[in-house]
Design a protein around this ligand. Structure first.
Ligand SMILES: [Zn+2]
Length: 191
């Protein structure tokens, strides 16, 4: 018998968008002992050039000089609605942007923003291209997903991995997210 970690998530469904589904992501980075979520929040709310954070001055300078390909200004909030990770050996959930806001996690440039508008975005910290989520985190993510499915009456078929967004839109997959070792079919079957 595994002891399932307790989830204590209060969801204000009344003041949320009418979410139709959930998209899972991974951070594609190692999960440290401490809270890595704050780093993701900081990253999304910073100036970025080619996916590296820069100072506002450096951003302006490089933009003017054309040094870089992808220029991103700080977002209002982290792109995901929440994230999970291990902190001191226990899985924890951290809230991200408000559930009243559309996400910034599943847009497909020149194709569709549908999954940002209709699906909640969660990010589990770790690189699941390399290995599957630890069973404790897997179980925690299942419990979290179920909690949100209940709150918004989301069917398991609407719980997808980021790469499945591309399949649903009929465009080539641009990501392996949430990782080649995260079996979304299995995840759905356990919901
Ligand atoms: Zn993703």
């Amino acid at each position: 018998m595994t002891i399932r970690p307790k989830l204590d998530v209060e969801i204000d469904a009344i003041n949320s968008r009418p979410w139709k589904g959930i998209v899972w992501h991974h951070s594609a980075s190692p999960d440290g002992q401490t809270r890595d979520w704050d780093g993701i929040v900081k990253y999304h709310t910073s100036y970025r050039v080619d996916y590296e954070t820069v100072t506002p001055e450096e951003f302006e300078r490089r933009l003017k000089a054309g040094q870089g390909n992808v220029f991103q200004k700080p977002w209002k909030a982290v792109g995901y609605h929440g994230g999970t990770e291990f902190v001191s050996g226990q899985p924890v959930f951290s809230w991200g942007r408000s559930l009243a806001m559309i996400g910034a996690h599943a847009g497909v440039k020149d194709a569709s923003n549908q999954f940002n508008e209709e699906y909640i975005g969660f990010c589990s910290i770790g690189d699941f291209d390399k290995a599957p989520p630890n069973p404790l985190l897997w179980d925690f993510n299942l419990r979290l997903t179920r909690t949100f499915m209940d709150a918004f009456r989301i069917p398991a078929s609407h719980v997808i991995g980021h790469y499945e967004v591309f399949d649903k839109l009929g465009v080539p997959r641009q990501k392996t997210c949430p990782g080649r070792c995260w079996d979304m079919g299995l995840f759905r079957s356990e919901l």
